[in-house]
Design a protein around this ligand. Sequence first.
Ligand code: PAF
Length: 279
Amino acid sequence: MKIVNSIEELRTGLAQEKGVGRSVGFVPTMGALHDGHLSLVKQGVEENDVCVVSIFVNPTQFNDRNDLATYPRTLDKDCAMLEAAGCDYLFAPSEAEMYPVPDTRRFDFGTLSQVMEGAYRPGHFNGVAQIVSKLFDAVKPDRAYFGEKDFQQIAVVRAMAKQLDLPVQIIACPILREEDGLAMSSRNVRLTPGQRQKAPLIARTLKESTNFVPGKSVREVMEYVVHTINNEQVMRVEYFEIVDGHTLEAIENWTDTTYPVGCIVVYCGEVRLIDNIKY
Ligand code: PAF
């Protein structure tokens, strides 16, 4: 695995690969890798001749300084995992490399970036679009892989690729879960043992709630999920919305869409956990 820190070096290396007709798969990450990331890398390795992974904790997508400061950073361990997973290039740039000058671009993805994460983390998706567009520009991948845990992020990245007319196929990969159902996340390591024990309640409740569809109304299902999780002392639901999986518009009736998805964010102690379920 080649480890490169500069965009120029990455471009030179990848130009040679593309020059001999090799396809390029790309997995953008913020590091602190877990099996969820590795499943994306595995798919990237299988479906392309060359697999590139980036590790960059992107400051412009954090609206909370503390979240940025405490985001786990485990580069040495990540390198070993990527090497073992068959990654060809690890791109690990510095902040100065990615933002030599402040990025003043403002994206507008309408509803897709305004609801849910967009409402609770103002500026988050603008930062995601800034960095992903810069990374796409550096890598110019044929395919890029994103985990469905960040369901809204995939919709935003697809919209961005369309707006910028980028010839990249965005591939959504299923959520990987721990044995007890907790969605894998870099943030899970910040849970105390007690919180870690409680955290699977989120996935369990979402799964249970699918049994009530279509018998109970959308509102009743929402109330069930929020109430059940909030009943646990260490948990606080920040939002739970049932939306059309394409437009991300909230639905009122099950018949409003053929693709209903429940998207949730829960604080478990101080740790912000995200998950979703298809109904
Ligand atoms: O999902 C993430 O880890 C990040 O939002 C991404 C896509 C790597 C952009 O910084």
